[in-house]
Write a protein that binds this ligand. Sequence first.
Ligand SMILES: [Zn+2]
Length: 391
Amino acid sequence: MPGSIRIGSIRGIPLFISPTWLIVFVLFLWSFAASYYPATYPGWTTQAYYAAGLITTVLFFASIIVHEVGHALIAERFGIHTRRITLLPIGGLAEIEREPEKPAQEFAVAIAGPLTSLLLGALFLGLSIALRPISVPFGGVTVYLGGANILLALFNLVPGFPMDGGRVLRAVVWGLTKSYTRGTRVAAGIGSLIAYGFIVVGIMLVFNGMIANGIILAFIGWFVLTSAQASVQQLTIQHELAGITVAQVMTREIPTVQVGETLTQVVNATFLAQNTRAAAVQLAGRFVGIVTLRDVMRTARDRWDWTDVEAVMVPETQLIVVHPDDPVLDAVERMGQGDVNQLPVVDDGHLVGVLSRSDVLRFMQRRASLRLPSAAGDDRTPPHAIARVPQ
Ligand SMILES: [Zn+2]
């Protein structure tokens, strides 16, 4: 998450909070101190309400971190390192470096969070029984935290992928059918249905006056829905492109323009005449940069007649380049990281092609229309790619 603040680390795993979470922290504190505790336990002092509110809020979010640490510790047992844990407004996120390779491992990693929350809930409820005779406020705080952790566990067990319950469901379907793809599709399908349910119920709550709860529920529904769709899309792309190299997909005929041409010349003689959005820029036969339609559009049209292409191109030294033998999946990921639509393909200092997003799309469409099976033969394990796993 961009802009996250590092607040420490647990067993070598860096811990971050998103700045938006601070707003949620204040809202929680305020609703405990001004609403929940005064309504449930009349007669305390204002300071006591705020102290109880603060302790409850801090321990509630600490409980979410403990839930994420539960996932991380089990993942570590299978040799999967957790990159970071981030506290977001709608919960926690443990980013593990890769997906578990076996259904049993995914099952264990997914169930570890809710089990941790259940244990924590039982612990707080036990404490509340012990503390209530000594201090009513501490009894009140612990009984709330006990209930909240048990609710957290149950909510996470709802089988909507990518929530914990959805991952448990995927692991079960994956284990039964021996197909990772089918497991993901089933879990994401049920996840989408549940997400629509959340959104509908959330909207109904809003119209019935429970505005905050309704908005939170609808927002979680929207989050589950987009995550479920994105994970299926990502999986499809990974399967279609597994084992394919850049050379198999790239465009070999590259339109070239020369240093010294004006933007008007480049647009008319190359972009429009050759129906392209990008061209290699040469100087005395040597590749010096790439110019795209986007680079040209940054210059006002009335200056195109006298602006040299060299002034707007991205010079070779600043380009992300790929090798023809690189896996196309890596290249697509680099396009995403660099926020570019095409990458020059360079072999031994020579420009041999350009790989664009539309090349990749056309490649996938062609394979789909020919009904070619994907190169990824082994569907028993997840495709190897960097995984961002919300849990
Ligand atoms: Zn979880």
